[in-house]
Design a protein around this ligand. Structure first.
Ligand SMILES: [Zn+2]
Ligand SMILES: [Zn+2]
Length: 209
């Protein structure tokens, strides 16, 4: 397989050949079709994340297909289209996980930071980090949804706005949804501005790229 890695903080990109790894228990191997570029990738490039271990392959806007599954993985099948984002898995047992707040898991992993990410032809990820993506969604469009897209989506779904609320009967929510544009870096901004999603301007303020 090929991967684009960073070997040290501030180091240059290196295109390297590696053996294709096998997925362990609870893991899935994804054959990468596309991986978006996120500003947060600079955390790896410049060594701005505590405890980073090098070499590291960045990339957390992954779209591809399941290529192999670990022995105990029953929920995903080879050939299935999947995406992987910033959230690289959680433990299911800590207090936050037991409340369903997986993003705040004390043992959570971050794709492309705690383990190698999608700037590669193949990537090994925890099964818990996968999201199914539709067959007809091009990989280069699906990838950015895994970070910029989900950031906007989470902000919207917690805003009270609902898809299709454009009629007079939903005046209050419509007003909230249309007056507050997403204020965020480019990738997130343009995900929030997609027309035809029930709001012309998305209602959210987001912080992380
Ligand atoms: Zn990102
Ligand atoms: Zn947890």
């Amino acid at each position: 397989m090929k991967a684009a890695q960073i070997s040290k903080a501030g180091g240059d990109w290196e295109l390297v050949e590696r053996d294709i790894p096998e997925p362990g228990p609870g893991q899935v191997r994804v054959k990468v079709e596309a991986c978006g570029i996120c500003h947060s990738d600079t955390l790896v490039k410049e060594g701005l994340w505590p405890g980073l271990q090098y070499p590291r392959v960045p990339g957390h806007e992954i779209a591809g297909r399941v290529d192999a599954v670990g022995d105990d993985v029953t929920s995903w099948a080879v050939g299935q289209r999947v995406g992987v984002g910033w959230h690289g898995g959680h433990c299911f047992v800590c207090e936050q996980c037991r409340r369903g707040d997986f993003a705040m898991c004390v043992n959570r992993k971050v794709t492309g930071i705690d383990f190698d990410g999608g700037y590669a032809t193949h990537v090994i990820v925890p099964a818990a980090a996968l999201a199914a993506i539709p067959d007809d969604l091009p990989a280069e469009e699906a990838g950015p949804f895994m970070c910029a897209g989900v950031t906007v989506f989470n902000a919207l779904r917690n805003s009270g706005a609902r898809a299709g609320e454009r009629g007079r009967g939903a005046r209050h929510r419509r007003t909230r949804a249309s007056r507050c544009p997403v204020r965020a870096p480019d990738g997130i901004q343009h995900r929030g501005d997609q027309p035809g999603q029930g709001q012309r301007r998305a209602s959210a303020t987001t912080r992380r790229a």
